[in-house]
Design a protein around this ligand. Structure first.
Ligand code: SF4
Ligand code: SF4
Length: 132
């Protein structure tokens, strides 16, 4: 299984049926998956999904056809010049991709990042951005 982050822009969500449509879009390919996390951000609703590696391309194509954003691992950039090591992102990161070094500075390890994007809105300095 592989973790992907799916972001459904608010403009696409008008009623609960729209959310069901997205889930059905995945299920119609006869794929079983786990919803690990459901959260909101400034752009829309974020779903952290655990899906079979072999089905990633099918799911991604299907969701993107419906204007839904799909991200995979390692999708943020951290500007260490802007960072003030406040730790707000560290406390939210589910994988320790953002963590404190022994000298209390914050380090980002891209190989641990699952692209959940939770950290972006937490940063008071705008030091974290989604990688394009
Ligand atoms: S996007 Fe941010 S919070 Fe999510 S895993 Fe990567 S570094 Fe951690
Ligand atoms: S929230 Fe921003 S300023 Fe604070 S430690 Fe994380 S990257 Fe640095």
């Amino acid at each position: 299984m592989t973790i992907i982050n799916v972001m459904v822009p608010f403009r696409l969500i008008k009623q609960i049926d729209d959310y069901s449509r997205i889930i059905n879009e995945i299920l119609k390919h006869d794929i079983s998956f786990n919803i690990l996390k459901f959260s909101t951000s400034s752009g829309g609703i974020n779903l952290l999904l655990d899906v079979p590696e072999s089905k990633i391309d099918t799911i991604t194509t299907s969701l993107r056809k419906n204007d839904i954003y799909v991200n995979r691992k390692g999708r943020v950039l951290v500007d260490e010049d802007l960072c003030i090591n406040c730790g707000a992102c560290v406390s939210l990161c589910p994988t320790d991709a953002l963590h404190f070094r022994d000298d209390d500075s914050v380090q980002f390890k891209e190989d641990k990042c699952i692209g959940c994007l939770i950290c972006i809105d937490s940063c008071p300095r705008g030091a974290i951005e989604e990688s394009k």
